[in-house]
Each structure stands twice: as structure tokens, then as C-alpha cells.
Design a binder for this molecule. Structure first.
Ligand code: IDP
Ligand code: MG
Length: 149
């Protein structure tokens, strides 16, 4: 099973979309194994977005992120990294299809409400950045046999 970091960013929290985003992953059949609300330090935000450090919007993005609240989640499931990205839609909500989270719930790229790891390798790094090992809960879902054959 794969794990990925999914987060409701501060714009999503302010807009009351935490439940909606959790619902979509829960209803799809994925398993939540870590969840916390954080007010990230600017250092943590900078770390999280380090790959974008040369972009003109990097400073603003880190400042906005560190203002919090940020709802960090670790979700587990088969092929979840790619499926999570597909559920999110494109980075720019304007290019996101209806039915996707960004395509249904937001308008502008700088206020696109959700984060999701973009590869298995990134997911490992990001889960480790936001969660201590003991904050990830191993549990057996009784729905597993009805989700996977
Ligand atoms: P992603 O969130 O779809 O993985 P990334 O390219 O990793 O997209 O960018 C991270 C975040 O940076 C985006 O979700 C968005 O909030 C912000 N961002 C990306 N491109 C722009 C831009 O052109 N203007 C403003 N903010 C941007
Ligand atoms: Mg990204």
C-alpha cells in the first residue's frame, strides 16, 4: 500500500472545506492514518515547498502557508499517490475538470485549497516532514475486504 500527504491549506480551512476534502478520500475507499492541524513555522513551509524556491511566488506561498491553519493528513491505499493527484485536479483550478476537488471548489492557482504529494518519492519525504512515526496510526479497516479483492 502507498501513503501520501494530503493537506487542506489555510484557504481551504477558512472556506470550511476540511470535511468535504476528507469525505472525498474516505468515500473513495482510502484510509486515514494521520491527521493534525498545524500552524507551520515559516521554516517548515519553506522546507515543504523547497522545490519551488526559484519561483517568483515562493516567498508569498511560504508566508501564506505559515499563517496556517494547515490540516496535514496521511492517507493510505493502493495507487493513492496518482489517484490522489487525479482527484485534486490540475495545479491551476481554471484547468481542472469539474468533478475534481480543485475543479469543483476553487478558482485561482494561489488559492487552490489542497496539497497532495506528486510522486511516491515526494510522498515519503513529505509524510516524514509533517508526521513523526508515532503520529501515524496502523489500523485495520473492516471495509478493506469490500474495497480490495
Ligand atoms: P501542486 O500544488 O499542484 O503540486 P506545485 O507546482 O507544486 O502545484 O505548486 C505548489 C503551490 O504553489 C500550488 O498549489 C499553488 O498554491 C502555488 N502556485 C503554483 N503556481 C503558482 C503561480 O503561478 N502563482 C501563484 N501560486 C502558484
Ligand atoms: Mg506540488
Amino acid at each position: 500500500m502507498e501513503r501520501t500527504l494530503i493537506a487542506v491549506k489555510s484557504d481551504g480551512v477558512q472556506r470550511g472545506l476540511i470535511g468535504e476534502i476528507i469525505k472525498r478520500f474516505e468515500h473513495r475507499g482510502f484510509k486515514l492514518i494521520g491527521l493534525k492541524m498545524v500552524k507551520p513555522t515559516e521554516d517548515l513551509a519553506k522546507h515543504h515547498y523547497i522545490d519551488l524556491k526559484d519561483k517568483p511566488f515562493y516567498a508569498g506561498l511560504c508566508k501564506f502557508t505559515s499563517a496556517g491553519p494547515f490540516v496535514a493528513m496521511c492517507w493510505e491505499g493502493q495507487n493513492i499517490v496518482k489517484m490522489g493527484r487525479d482527484m485534486m485536479g490540475e495545479t491551476n483550478p481554471a484547468d481542472s475538470k469539474p468533478g475534481t476537488i480543485r475543479g469543483d471548489l476553487c478558482v485561482q492557482v494561489g488559492r487552490n485549497i489542497i496539497h497532495g504529494s506528486d510522486s511516491l518519492e515526494t510522498a515519503k519525504k513529505e509524510v516524514a516532514l509533517w508526521f513523526k512515526p508515532e503520529e501515524l496510526i496502523e489500523w485495520k479497516s473492516c471495509a478493506e475486504v469490500y474495497t480490495y479483492e
